[in-house]
Ligand binder design. Structure first.
Ligand code: GDP
Length: 197
């Protein structure tokens, strides 16, 4: 699945700039610095793929990548900047919510959460938005290698408990490390199942 060609399609800052729908679409969301670029690069094996989305100061865009013939991967703009101006937060919310509501090919959003910290209050509006848009989402914990042995279980249980009443949340939470490769086969398998559906 991830072995095929991958190419950048386009960045969209407005709804009328979204590329044509093709195949199954999956999107990655998370606070800035959560490890989103590293994870996307780890999944695709392309070191430069998500770099385009990660340039500081760049306008916040939805970045679309085509992977092989069946998959479109969307890198959503990071959120949770400590000092983001309100207008920027509003623009983010508008773009993301409109995209979530109007994209039937979007099969799932992977919401990345730093495994060291678990869910933070800045993540909650994003989960609320996904629940409201009724878009299936799955939590992926990042930076597993930064936790001590034995801490993972407790973090997983805490996050699973926090999402259990959320209507659009997929109950399984995946712990990953882009550094060590933990959880990447599991995440790839989950994505492959979406395509097979
Ligand atoms: P983004 O802003 O969400 O795209 O985050 P990046 O992928 O750029 O990662 C932010 C920082 O976290 C960088 O310094 C990465 O090297 C580091 N990082 C990302 N993933 C991991 C991981 O699995 N383990 C460790 N130890 N560090 C990571």
């Amino acid at each position: 699945l991830f072995a095929g060609d991958c190419s950048f399609i386009k960045g969209a800052v407005k709804l009328d700039q979204l590329p044509d729908m093709a195949g199954v679409e999956i999107a990655f969301a998370g606070r800035s610095n959560v490890g989103k670029s590293s994870l996307v690069n780890g999944l695709t094996g392309r070191k430069t793929l998500a770099k385009v989305s990660n340039t500081p100061g760049r306008t916040q865009e939805l970045n679309f990548f085509r992977i092989g013939s069946k998959l479109t991967l969307v890198d959503m703009p990071g959120y949770g900047f400590a000092s983001a101006p309100e207008a920027k937060v509003r623009a983010w919310t508008k773009l993301v919510f409109e995209y979530l509501r109007g994209r039937p090919t979007l099969a799932r959003v992977y919401v990345l959460i730093d495994g060291r910290h678990g869910l933070k209050t800045t993540d909650l509006p994003v989960l609320d938005m996904l629940d409201k848009a009724a878009v299936s989402y799955q939590i992926v914990l990042t930076k597993a290698d930064k936790l001590k042995p034995g801490e993972h279980e407790e973090r997983l249980a805490g996050v699973q408990d926090a999402i259990k009443k959320r209507p659009a949340a997929f109950p399984d939470v995946i712990f990953t490390s882009s550094e060590k490769g933990d959880g990447l086969p599991e995440l790839k398998a989950a994505i492959a199942r979406l395509i097979a559906e």
